[in-house]
Design a protein around this ligand. Structure first.
Ligand code: 5GP
Ligand code: ZN
Length: 112
């Protein structure tokens, strides 16, 4: 399958690991939008948030367990944002479900 994040999972494309367990892999975004910017992905190809269902939602639960751990390990006690872009209007550019975790600065709301 021609999926960039599956290639990162397979180690075919190098990445800087932030966190890993049996369900989840997180790595530094190549174009960080904040002092801390990780991309958190399931270790299973799910296209987007629109494809989450009762069969695969364990991966989403594990991602959010990882978020809490990543926050503690990276001193994000002051706050952070977790966001997933879905589909064309949502600005999704890689078709493998992922959550951006951003922190280390005051984040504006709402996003553009
Ligand atoms: P999206 O735009 O789909 O929400 O997010 C995709 C993210 O993946 C972008 O923030 C982009 O910078 C990041 N990205 C794209 N290609 C690579 C890559 O090869 N390595 C890493 N570490 N991040 C990537
Ligand atoms: Zn994939």
């Amino acid at each position: 399958m021609d999926c960039l994040f599956c290639k990162i999972l397979a180690g075919e494309i190098p990445s800087t690991k932030v966190y890993e367990d049996d369900y989840v892999y997180a790595f530094k975004d190549i174009a960080p939008q904040a002092p801390f910017h990780a991309v958190i992905i399931p270790k299973k190809h799910i296209q987007s948030a629109a494809d989450i269902n009762s069969e695969n939602s364990i991966y989403v639960a594990k991602i959010f367990e990882a978020v809490a751990t990543i926050a503690k390990e990276n001193n994000l006690g002051q706050g952070f944002r977790v966001v997933t872009n879905c589909g064309e209007d949502g600005g999704q550019t890689v078709g493998h479900l992922h959550y951006h975790m951003l922190g280390g600065r005051l984040l504006a709301w709402p996003p553009g």
